[in-house]
Design a protein around this ligand. Structure first.
Ligand code: 2P0
Length: 333
């Protein structure tokens, strides 16, 4: 009753911003991401009768009670689906630079959903696995698939039609995604809280909802046509609109800091000089810059020249879930 799975993290080009059902993690809008090749989580799960509670190791260290509670609640969903009541040892290793503004929750819950369902011998297809991963963290449902991925918001109240699907495999279109690491200066407003406050209080949230479906259609068309400028224009616009909702919230908040603007300006400068580069920003100050692989080195150097930039990590589109042979991991008895 054990299995190991690997899931890569993803970055949204059209953002998931707002929930229509918080308990089921149902989004207000459909959205679109690229799964990244460099950043991932490997998780082993072993269910065993000898355990009296779940045990969670994160990067080789026994996790805190709070961290373990989140994992246990997620495993409860899977135990309910499978009918198996046993507890589990979960051993998870993150190769995700969280300091660079990459949440490990997407790859983390995708890997956990895959390993736990496999360990229990559950026969489920990928869309169903995606709906399960979604219940850990919304963006995790996209990490089941590689390449270019759409999370369809669905309509059913139980969320069974709210899952991701691949729109283009990773090998069909190579792009460079440069993640720009800045020095964090302020306390983070978690995306979960930020999106809730925007939905409930921002007058600009309706503007977001009124235009996001059109952004998504343009992005899908651009991917279909491999039209990088068209994709870049819409992904940058979409990120700006998401952040505009935070400025209208009550109380207002903003994820950017002065260094964020320095990077945005550098990207604009690059474009004025004829290089096609576009930025996107998630629920934090760090910036991700998309460009074509032929320009990757030049863009990386330009970004490194910005005083407040600490480092730049380069990624390309990466794969979906995979299952690994059992290695020497933490075991129960
Ligand atoms: C995204 N973000 O589409 C958006 C853009 C942040 C900004 O998905 O509450 O950790 O666990 O469902 O998935 C981050 O939010 O939030 C996120 P929950 P999640 O990538």
């Amino acid at each position: 009753m054990e299995a190991t799975a690997k899931a890569h993290t993803n970055i949204a080009l059209i953002k998931y911003w707002g929930k229509r059902n918080e308990e089921l993690f149902l989004p207000m809008n459909s959205n679109l991401s690229i799964t990244l090749d460099q950043f991932y989580t490997i998780t082993s799960v072993q269910f065993c009768e000898c355990l009296t509670a779940d045990k969670f190791y994160l990067n080789d260290t026994l996790a805190t009670e709070d961290e373990t509670k989140k994992i246990s609640e997620f495993l409860d969903l899977i135990r309910n689906l499978s009918g198996v009541k046993k507890y589990a040892v979960v051993d998870s290793t993150n190769k995700v630079p969280t300091a660079a503004g990459f949440a490990s929750s997407a790859s983390g819950f995708a890997a956990l959903a895959a390993a736990a369902t496999k360990a229990l011998g559950m026969d489920i297809d990928e869309p169903t696995l995606s709906t399960i991963a979604r219940r850990g963290s919304g963006s995790a449902c996209r990490s089941i698939y590689g390449g270019y991925v759409e999370w369809k918001k669905g309509q059913l109240p139980d969320g069974t039609d709210s899952h991701a699907e691949q729109i283009l495999p990773e090998e069909k279109w190579d792009l460079s995604i440069l993640s720009v690491l800045l020095e964090p200066k302020q306390k983070k407003i978690l995306s979960r809280e930020g999106m809730k406050r925007s939905v409930e209080t921002s007058p600009f949230y309706q503007g977001w909802l009124d235009t996001v479906d059109e952004d998504l259609e343009v992005a899908k068309q651009a991917i279909n046509q491999r039209n990088f400028e068209m994709l870049g224009d819409v992904l940058e616009r979409n990120a700006m609109k998401m952040h505009a909702t935070t400025l209208g919230a009550n109380p207002p908040f903003m994820y950017w800091q002065s260094a964020t603007f320095d990077v945005m300006e550098k990207v604009q400068e690059l474009r004025e000089s004829g290089i096609h580069a576009y930025f996107t920003i998630d629920a934090g100050p760090n910036v991700k810059v998309l460009c074509q692989p032929k320009d990757e080195e030049y863009v990386r150097e330009a970004l490194m020249s910005v005083t407040s930039v600490q480092d730049v990590f380069t990624c390309h589109p990466g794969p979906g879930i995979s299952y690994l042979p059992q290695t020497k991991r933490k075991t129960c008895c």
